[in-house]
Design a protein around this ligand. Structure first.
Ligand code: AHM
Ligand code: MG
Length: 340
């Protein structure tokens, strides 16, 4: 690629496309359209403290949780931005129980879009980073008609693109198309509204000093996990104690893990053996990104990307981050033999 200075997202995508003469340009168009939705959501998130949009709507989402207006805004914005390009045959959102069909008068395409419109939204009132997560697959159902639930329930290794947008001290879009193409991060310049390449070909360190999980749940953890955390707390990394960092907003915690190394964990526990985080909207896209960056993502026993999903909103425990750290927690979990 030519010089990275002033490398906007559109230019980066176009230059990447030139390397693949077989590319139809559809994925590039999808990414650009997603980045437009991200800019609009970012604007709204930045306004959150100023306008009356804050506060519960009183509705509950399919998981029985209170929904804030910004979640709905982000959900609707993504659908509006993505449903008319003729790229998708079906979509699904963490905020909607069933698959989302394209409006009848729109062209139907060969891709499938899954997204969590605004993850970590319980943090909005405290001005803490939140994010959008997206995941794209190719349709597997035959024909050119509307897509089906089966198109959405593909194992994560079938993803063709995955990414997230973090609305933090600045807004960043990070994505990968897998297969050695690398993980790339773009920072939104608010002055002229363009994403600029700021983190080219991100690689996660092989081992890190930071562990990230909700220690409030300690007494319900599996024994192996308790022992692993005890090991970290009583040992040094590079001569210094390990550090605990937990935002409680997955996109922010994963973003830090990707850049600095270490491990992010949302385990299954006594109360919730499958944990909290959703396979299709949260764990699969993050696992696709993490593996592409040289890291590892498992449910404690097997690769997240190899889990055959059975439901749109299913949850999975997740251990994700630097290769060595994830391998080590897996060893502790094996030794703990599913005991509590
Ligand atoms: P959400 O999809 O309802 O926003 O919940 C997901 C969030 C993640 O961003 C975060 O990692 C996790 O919930 C934190 O959960 P907890 O408060 O149990 O630690
Ligand atoms: Mg979420």
């Amino acid at each position: 690629m030519a010089t990275k200075r002033f490398m906007t997202l559109p230019r980066h995508i176009m230059e990447g496309e030139k390397l693949h003469p077989e590319a139809t340009g559809e994925l590039s168009a999808i990414l650009l359209q997603l980045s437009l939705a991200a800019k609009l959501i970012s604007l709204e998130v930045n306004k959150a403290g100023l306008v009356e949009i804050l506060g519960f709507t009183g509705d509950e989402n399919v998981h029985g949780e209170k929904v804030k207006k910004l979640d709905i805004y982000a959900h609707e914005m993504l659908i509006k931005a993505m449903d008319h390009g003729g790229y998708f045959c079906v979509m699904a959102s963490e905020e909607e129980e069933d698959i989302i069909h394209l409006p009848p008068h729109h062209k139907i395409g060969k891709y499938v879009l899954l997204f969590d419109p605004l993850d970590g939204s319980s943090n909005i009132d405290a001005n803490i980073s939140i994010g959008t997560i997206f995941s794209i697959y190719k349709r597997i159902s035959p024909g050119n008609g509307p897509g089906t639930l089966q198109d959405c329930l593909q194992p994560g290794f079938q993803q063709v693109v995955a990414g997230y947008v973090v609305y933090g001290s600045s807004t960043m879009l990070v994505y990968t198309s897998g297969h050695g193409h690398g993980v790339h991060g773009f920072t939104l310049d608010p002055a002229f509204g363009e994403f600029l390449l700021s983190h080219d070909d991100i690689k996660i360190p092989n081992q890190g000093r930071i562990y990230s999980l909700n220690e409030g749940n300690y007494f319900t953890w599996p024994l192996g996990l308790k022992n692993y955390i005890k090991y970290l707390q009583s040992n040094l990394f590079d001569g210094k104690p390990y550090q605990a960092r937990y935002v409680g907003s997955m996109v922010a915690d994963i973003h830090r893990t990707l850049l600095y190394g270490g491990i992010f964990i949302y385990p299954g526990d006594k109360r919730n053996p499958k944990g909290k985080l959703r396979l299709m909207y949260e764990c699969n896209p993050m696992a696709f990104i993490m593996e592409e960056a040289g890291g590892r993502a498992t449910d404690g026993k097997k690769r997240i990307l190899e889990i055959q999903p059975t439901g749109l909103h299913e949850r999975t425990p997740v251990f994700i981050g630097s290769m060595k750290d994830v391998l080590l927690v897996e060893k502790y979990l094996r030794e703990g033999q599913d005991r509590y």
